[in-house]
Design a protein around this ligand. Structure first.
Ligand SMILES: Cc1cc2nc3c(=O)[nH]c(=O)nc-3n(C[C@H](O)[C@H](O)[C@H](O)COP(=O)(O)OP(=O)(O)OC[C@H]3O[C@@H](n4cnc5c(N)ncnc54)[C@H](O)[C@@H]3O)c2cc1C
Ligand SMILES: *[C@@H]1O[C@H](CO)[C@@H](O)[C@H](O)[C@H]1NC(C)=O
Ligand SMILES: *[C@@H]1O[C@H](CO)[C@@H](O)[C@H](O)[C@H]1NC(C)=O
Ligand SMILES: *[C@@H]1O[C@H](CO)[C@@H](O)[C@H](O)[C@H]1NC(C)=O
Ligand SMILES: *[C@@H]1O[C@H](CO)[C@@H](O)[C@H](O)[C@H]1NC(C)=O
Length: 251
């Protein structure tokens, strides 16, 4: 009886330790940034994993841009043979040694569809054998120094209470942060993330769009035919990306 209890205990302890997973490198996020890092870690033969909370890579593009059309142009021809030069005109491809993993093979559209970028990113991960653990949401990142070895490790939890450890932690969890307006009446506004993209919902309406960037024009263009008027309000004049050479300005 006692030895049985002991055995169960030993098994339990074993389980708890097995849940403490270790990698030399952990990358949080399997968006374009994480994938690019993943490729170089894979190529260098490192012990690594990408932890991604969603079920696909580059999941941002499952929802955004909301009207399907990318603003990152697909410049398939430049008139030049120089790979470096051509890559500098390519807004969508990640770096690799595999010539088939260039976005130009995934779309002929100048403004491609986001599903084409999703296909490309999925192939990039699979063909290059990048190690991604999906359905893993990282939180509670902390640092611990082992008193005996004096070595520092990063610890973090997933949503199932597992502890994950690594020597080097790379956070590639994305940048976008919504701008919340502060003016009185802001509670009556709708935002880009949740606003309806069905033109029928705008039939005969007068619509005010705050902002004059890509998201603003994306919405305006799609509902234009249904509305009475669209007013667009911005704090500065429209800046066109072909003029400023900044991709974030208006395409
Ligand atoms: C409205 C809008 C439209 C855009 N349109 C375009 C476009 O048309 N073309 C273009 O090239 N770029 C576009 N961009 C820019 C593009 O979204 C970013 O440049 C790109 O997504 C950045 O890649 P990333 O890997 O750094 O981050 P992300 O793509 O945001 O990837 C981060 C990943 O980390 C995961 N993650 C976050 N937190 C955790 C966590 N705690 N645990 C586990 N996983 C986590 C997320 O699920 C996500 O998959 C647009 C941006 C916005 C805001
Ligand atoms: C510290 O490192 C030693 C040697 O690798 C190991 O035996 C010990 O379990 C570690 N301590 C903790 C708290 O992780
Ligand atoms: C542990 O490492 C730190 C930082 O590298 C160093 O300053 C410290 O002297 C080390 N302590 C011991 C006991 O080796
Ligand atoms: C956007 O709108 C949704 C639905 O109305 C709301 O839940 C969310 O908090 C809003 N987000 C921002 C950043 O205002
Ligand atoms: C609004 O969109 C965000 C981002 O996609 C989402 O997390 C949230 O659940 C949505 N809110 C509503 C009320 O639909």
């Amino acid at each position: 009886m006692t030895s049985r209890v002991l055995m169960v205990l030993v098994t339990l302890v074993g389980c708890i330790q097995a849940a403490d997973k270790y990698w030399d490198y952990i990358v949080v996020g399997a968006g374009p940034g994480g994938l690019q890092m993943g490729h170089f870690l894979q190529k260098a033969g490192r012990n690594y994993v990408l932890l991604e909370r969603n079920s696909v890579v580059a999941s941002f593009f499952q929802k955004y841009p909301r009207h399907d059309k990318l603003i990152s142009i697909n410049k398939r021809h430049t008139g030049k043979k120089n790979t470096e030069f051509n890559l500098r005109h390519d807004w969508n491809s990640l770096l690799s040694d595999d010539k088939s993993l260039l976005f130009r093979h995934y779309s002929k559209l100048f403004f491609p569809q986001r599903v084409q970028l999703l296909d490309y990113m999925a192939d990039y991960q699979k063909k290059l054998g990048i190690n991604v653990q999906f359905h893993t949401e990282v939180s509670n990142i902390r640092k611990e120094t082992n008193a005996t070895t004096n070595k520092t490790v990063f610890l973090m939890d997933d949503q199932n209470g597992n502890t994950l450890k690594c020597k080097v932690l790379i956070v590639a969890s994305g940048l976008s942060k919504p701008v919340k307006p502060t003016f009185e009446g802001r509670e009556f506004t709708e935002n880009y993330s949740n606003v309806s993209i069905n033109p029928d919902d705008y039939e005969g309406k007068t619509v005010v769009i705050l902002g004059r960037g890509n998201s603003a024009f994306e919405l305006a263009e799609s509902i234009y035919g249904s509305t009475n008027f669209i007013h667009m309000i911005g704090r500065s004049r429209v800046r066109l990306s072909w003029a400023t050479h900044y991709v974030g300005d208006l395409r």
